[in-house]
Design a protein around this ligand. Structure first.
Ligand code: CMC
Length: 390
């Protein structure tokens, strides 16, 4: 019938309007609701930015306090979920799979309060997800290392509580390291939104069907897990470790990438939108040096990453294709220094991205123009033919 434009990977097609995040990929600009990412990463907090993304303005101190307080009061998981859900899974389960299944499982406790058309339900479930996702994440971590789960300590801030849930041990005092706490907060802020990336588009597409927030966020977590998206932070560390263990050196690895041998890519490099630099990567690189020094960690993988970056930035292959380090290139080195296992890295990205997903889900439902997402295709298969014998 009518003309359908073919746009593999949505390179040229806008599926929506949005007031939330502005990106200028050529100039390396990222702003949440008009505020530069550099200001927010330096001066704000995870929950303040979450509020900003969701409601469009910075909260007043009273609004922020109430929001924070509400979230602290929703951190507990139902005991059945805490006791039985995680034990059913193997300790080898990937924490991203545990996280996304955990969100689906969570939805079963709130079926009577999950109507996307009811603003009270929507508000309540945003709070529930912000409060409980870090707890599910920490339990996924504890499960993988065979340690007991801790209850959330609601006297602590959002980030400190999360650190304690991950690194605290039953019956021992846990002292939060302020350097680690501030560094993690900063990284989470940097991840909070990134307009129509693959996972946010997934959340919007699922949300457009009328599915609730739990279903949409669970799908978003799955989309994020892929190595071309959030899974890249895990893949970078794996790649660095492989280069180190192969003993072949960085130059040889870069040659392999350029020759596209075995489909090898330089993980943590390149971006669909940023073609000069990723402003988040710039901030993360600064943090990597500061945090490792403050934590007293010397990691040869950081030296390797710097060497790799230096070689790639001066190589024609990468220059011609405008490939630069993205947000995932240096985050893993910091998470590793903090003590997170490699397989938890993308989970940290998911916690960071949750406010953006919630803001987009809400925006979608408030936009009267929203329709169910339903891409077109160009059919290239067989013309009509008869079933044998007919
Ligand atoms: N290493 C080597 N070559 C690359 C890379 C890379 N990381 N990224 C792109 N290229 C090449 C690609 O092979 C193609 O070359 P050619 O023209 O010879 O075929 C050219 O650059 C254009 O790449 P593309 O695949 O058309 O670019 P895209 O916009 O479709 O993909 C990307 C963007 C991020 C998926 C890709 O750059 C990539 O796979 N990077 C590695 C994975 C990664 O770090 N992902 C994290 C993205 S940032 C965090 C997030 O928001 O998810």
């Amino acid at each position: 019938t009518g003309y359908t434009a073919l746009d593999y990977g949505f390179v040229n097609t806008a599926a929506t309007k949005s007031d939330i995040t502005f990106i200028d990929g050529d100039q390396g600009i990222l702003r949440y609701r008009g505020y530069p990412i550099e200001h927010l990463a330096t001066h704000s907090s995870y929950l303040e930015v979450a509020w900003l993304l969701i409601y469009g303005e910075l909260p007043t101190p009273e609004q922020l306090e109430r929001f924070d307080d509400r979230i602290r009061h929703h951190t507990l998981l139902h005991e059945d979920l805490k006791e039985r859900f995680f034990t059913a899974l193997p300790h080898t389960a990937h924490p991203m799979a545990v996280l996304s299944s955990g969100v689906s499982a969570l939805s079963t406790y709130y079926e009577d309060e999950s109507d996307p058309a009811n603003p009270d339900h929507v508000e309540l479930n945003m709070v529930r997800l912000l409060a409980k996702l870090p707890v599910i994440a920490a339990y996924a971590h504890k499960k993988s290392v065979g340690q007991a789960f801790l209850y959330p300590d609601n006297s602590l801030s959002f980030v400190d509580n999360f650190l304690k849930l991950n690194f605290g041990v039953l019956s021992e005092e846990y002292e939060v390291d302020p350097v680690m706490s501030r560094a993690l907060e900063r990284l989470l802020i940097l991840h909070e939104d990134h307009e129509q990336n693959a996972s946010t588009s997934t959340v919007r597409l699922v949300g457009s069907t009328g599915a609730d927030q739990f279903a949409s966020i669970s799908a978003g977590i799955h989309a994020l897990s892929g190595p071309l998206h959030g899974g890249a932070n895990e893949a970078v560390l794996t790649m660095l470790a492989q280069i180190r263990d192969s003993g072949q050196g960085v130059q040889r690895f870069v040659e392999k990438v350029k020759n596209k041998e075995d489909g090898v890519k330089l993980m943590g490099f390149g971006h669909r939108v940023y073609k000069n630099y990723d402003p988040r990567a710039k901030l993360v690189k600064q943090s990597a040096d500061e945090v490792l020094e403050a934590l007293g960690v010397h990691d040869p993988l950081l030296d390797l990453a710097k060497e790799l970056e230096e070689i790639a930035l001066n190589d024609d292959y990468f220059k011609e294709r405008r490939l630069y380090p993205n947000v995932d290139f240096y985050t893993g080195v910091i998470y590793k220094a903090m003590g997170f296992p490699t397989r938890m890295f993308t989970v940290l990205f998911a916690i960071g991205r949750l406010p953006g997903w919630l803001a987009h889900w809400r925006e979608l439902h408030q936009d009267p123009k929203t329709k169910i997402g339903r891409p077109q295709q160009l059919y290239t298969g067989s013309p009509e033919r008869d079933y044998p014998g007919v």
